[in-house]
Design a binder for this molecule. Structure first.
Ligand SMILES: Nc1ncnc2c1ncn2[C@@H]1O[C@H](COP(=O)(O)OP(=O)(O)OP(=O)(O)O)[C@@H](O)[C@H]1O
Length: 463
């Protein structure tokens, strides 16, 4: 009889094929396991048992499959009866390529499932596995980057129930519900950045990135590349490969432009184009990229004055000024001070408390550095104090010279009154010049070193 004759009896051939298939896969696979209808292991080969740290296959019998094979989906197969022809099973060593098939009895009733771990013998799958593991790595790094770029604050962290605070919060919430630009205006340390985070966190873009760029902190020559990124080959050395700009990192999310008033004019024109056309070119590229970002800008300088002096483009100002939010200085919302102190002290360590006289002293200070200054003062007081109850002396020491808030009832002698007036003039001029001392000195008509000396003497600048 020819070999081919034995292939004519189809049912017989089918049985042989089934047996051969089972034997070949069973022998060449990394492991085989059979479970019953309850997903309990009824058989396992020795190799597979050892892979999962068992001394022998017999010790697996009767155990739920997941107890032996973490992440096993055999239970899914016995519950819905559907095969999983190709899947990846993560194991502590390497991922396995697995195949899971339901087992039916002669009447077609589902009685269990068989799983094969195909790995070593399927070398042709190694490019696939490589790709899978590099995709896993990429996914993990994208996830961690996104986590790092998520909003750090929510509205709940903006402490304050004074009318001025509630109004700023109300407008910010309105900003969160729209996609239009938001312009946060207010002195340094008033909580503009906190509100920008909170707006993003409450917006529809919350699951995407929140990216900040501070125009005052980055040298002008680097700002454009930082903003738009660079094309491959645009630079030599480390930058040769090209780099994503903040706009690209914020794609789909929110771009926070801190100290927008310090943005160079050339960059202002390019930003305007992004806002209007929603496209930009990375540095050294001639390819336009589409951009979908929500802009929140903040400044502590007077943008109207900057416009009048030609330092800020009027068209950009009008484009950004869709929803202006004035964040009030602390001296105009001293009602918020007790709650702010409590929140900050709780953040610094739950044991600290302020005595009444200490609180009263803080209520008299004008807080040119606003809540940032309050935080620093309280932090300093907790470091200097010997006990958790912070008294008047602790706060006097931490605060330094008091800058008395206008209108506060206080008896001053002539020298103190003159000093207070000088301090007020200097602090206001500094605020107008965004803290730039040479510019402030010029505007006050005094020399730079004279101004520095006065600032130290008056406690505007610590020594
Ligand atoms: N209403 C508030 N409640 C609680 N903490 C606040 C509040 N406002 C500001 N802070 C805290 O004060 C500090 C300064 O706030 P933030 O950086 O948001 O100010 P800013 O206006 O952006 O300052 P700058 O203009 O100098 O960048 C931060 O530690 C912030 O968490």
């Amino acid at each position: 009889m020819h070999d081919s004759d034995s292939l004519k009896d189809y049912p017989q051939v089918r049985q042989l094929a089934i047996r051969s298939l089972f034997e070949i896969i069973e022998q060449s696979s990394e492991g085989t396991v059979i479970v019953d209808r309850q997903a309990r292991i009824v058989w396992m080969n020795e190799r597979y048992a050892r892979r999962f740290g068992l001394p022998d296959a017999a010790s697996a019998i009767g155990q739920p499959c997941e107890a032996v094979i973490p992440g096993s989906l055999m239970r899914e197969v016995v519950s819905d009866g559907k095969p999983i022809l190709l899947d990846m099973l993560d194991t502590p060593n390497e991922p396995l390529v697995v195949m899971r098939l339901p087992i039916h009895d002669d009447q077609g009733k589902l009685i269990g499932a068989i799983g094969f771990a195909l790995f070593d013998e399927l070398r042709s799958l190694s490019p696939l596995l490589k790709r899978y593991s590099s995709m896993q790595q990429e996914l993990a790094s994208t996830r961690s980057q996104l986590r790092a770029r998520q909003a750090k604050y929510t509205f709940a962290q903006f402490v304050g129930t004074s009318p001025a605070s509630l109004e700023a919060k109300r407008r910010a919430r309105r900003g969160a519900n729209s996609d239009s630009p938001v312009l946060l205006l207010g002195e340094t340390g008033t909580g503009k950045e906190l509100l920008a985070h909170a707006i993003h966190a409450a917006s529809a873009r919350a699951h995407k990135a929140f990216v900040s760029i501070n125009s005052a902190a980055i040298p002008e020559t680097l700002l454009e590349a930082e903003f738009f990124g660079t094309a491959p080959g645009a630079f030599t050395g480390a930058e040769r490969k090209g780099r994503s700009g903040k706009l690209q990192l914020a794609e789909g999310g929110t771009l926070f432009l801190d100290e927008i008033g310090d943005m160079p004019l050339a960059l202002q024109s390019k930003l305007l184009r992004v806002l209007q056309e929603k496209e930009y070119e990375p540095v050294g590229s001639n390819q336009m990229l589409r951009s979908d970002v929500r802009i929140i800008a903040a400044t502590s300088i007077d943008l109207q004055a900057a416009m009048a002096e030609g330092r800020f483009r009027a068209d950009l100002y009008y484009r950004l000024n869709v929803l202006p939010i004035q964040v009030p200085p602390l001296r105009e919302r001293l009602d918020d001070l007790p709650a702010l102190c409590e929140a900050i002290l709780a953040d610094l360590g739950s044991q600290y408390e302020l005595e009444d006289e200490a609180q009263a002293l803080l209520m008299r200070h004008a807080w040119p550095g606003n809540i940032r200054e309050l935080r620093n003062v309280l932090e300093r007081a907790t470091l200097l104090a010997d006990q958790p109850r912070l008294g008047l002396c602790d706060l006097q020491e931490a605060l330094g010279p008091l800058l008395v808030v206008e209108g506060a009832p206080v008896a001053l002698n002539l020298r103190e009154a003159c000093e207070q007036f000088e301090r007020k003039v200097i602090v206001e001029a500094l605020a107008r010049c965004a803290g730039n001392v040479p510019q402030t000195a010029q505007s006050l008509g005094v020399g730079r070193s004279t101004l520095y000396k006065k600032m130290v003497a008056l406690g505007v600048l610590s020594q």
